[in-house]
Design a protein around this ligand. Sequence first.
Ligand SMILES: [Zn+2]
Length: 425
Amino acid sequence: MILRARTLVPVTAPPLEDGAVLILDGRIVAAGRWADVRPHASGPVTDLGDSLLMPGFVNAHCHLDYTDLAGQLAPSRNFTEWLKSIHAAKSAWGFSEYAASWLTGARQLLESGTTTVANIESVPELLGVCRAATPLRVWSFFELTALRPKVSPMHLVEAAAQLLQSSEPGRGGLGLSPHAPYSTTPDLLTATGRAAIEHRWPVTVHVAESEAEFEMFMYRRGPMYDWLSSQRPMDDCGLGSPVRALERSGLLNRSLLAVHVNRLWHDDARLLGERGASVVHCPQSHAYFHHPRFPRPELEATGTLLCLGTDSLASTHRPRDPRPRLSMFDEIRALAQTDALLEPQRILEMATVNGARALGQAGQLGELVPGAWADLTSFPFAGSPDAAVEAILHHEGLVTGTMIGGEWVSGRGSIPDSSPADAIS
Ligand SMILES: [Zn+2]
C-alpha cells in the first residue's frame, strides 16, 4: 500500500511536498517524495490529496479511565484539596463507569491523531477488557499506591507484574507506575525499580508536581505533609527534593518517565539528565493547577528528553468548552502559547518521537522512517512545506484519518479513494 499526500512531515527529516509512504505488513518500507518512492513500489495507492501526513502522536501520559470526569472537578490552586476531591469522585464509580470512560478516552485519542499512549491503569480489572477493545497502541502502566502496605512491597509489585503479564497483549506494551513518592513508600519504589529491570519494563511516576509535594519532602511541612503525616511514615521527608526521593530508590534511569517535574531543587535537572530519565510535561493540566513554571530550559540544558502528555480530563478546565476531549493538538497548542521561545519543531518532537524514545521505541514509533510501524495521521492542509509544522501547532479538532500498523482505525484520510488502477510497478 502507498499513501500519497500533498505534504509529508516525517518529524526526524524536514517536511516535503508531494510525499508518499510505502507500507508493507504494517510497517513503513519507504517515506519520501512521491517521485522517489513510486519507482520502488507496487500495490494500491491512496491519494490523500491536499493533506498533511505525519506520524501519529505519542501521548506520554494519560489516565484514560478518568475521561468521563471531564469538567466535574473545579480547578484548584490547592493540589492537596484536588486529590481529596478526585478520590471522592472515583469512589462513586463502579467497573462499568470506569470501562466506558477508558474506551471513550481511547476513541478520542484516535480521532485526534494519537496512535500510542502511555496510560496509567488505576483499575487493574480493566486490563483484561479494554486493551483488547481498542486498536490504540497502549502502554499500560500498572498504578501502585500504598501508604501503609499490609503486605510487603515486593509482594505488591509481584502481584502487579503477574496481572500485567496475564492481560490481553494488545498492540502496545506494559510498565509499572508507583503513583508518586508521596503516595507510596521508599520500599515500594525500590521494589518497583527492581521488578522493572527484571521484566525490562519502563516505569512512570508523578514527581515534583506541586509546591505542596516539594515542601513535604524538603522541609517536612505544608498542606500535603499535614494531610499525610497520620496516614504514612514520614521518615523519607526532610532528606531532599522529590526527585532525590526517586534517586534514593534507584528509579532514576533511562527507563523512567518522570511526569510533571515542575519543582526542581539545585542540581535535580543535572541528575535527571545524567541518569537519562525522560520528563513528561502536560501543558493543560499544568495550567489547570497553576503549578510553578515548568523548568523546560533547565531540563533541556542537561539533555533530559522532554515529552508531552494529555494527563486526564479530570484536570482540564475549558470555560468555553463544556465537553473537553483528549487531544494532543490541544496540548501542543497550549505549550506553544505559554512557551514562546520554544521552536515549533521541538514541540512536534516532544509530541511524537521523544515519547517513542522514552518508551524504548526509537525507530519504531513517532517518526516516518523505514522499519517503523505505519502509525500515521492526516488532516487537510494545502500550504507549503515551510508552513507544515506551524499548521500542526495550530490545528484544532479532529483528524481526517488515523492509521495504526497499516490499518485505518479512525477515518480514512481526506479522500476515501483507494485505486488499484493507479497501482504502479
Ligand atoms: Zn497523571
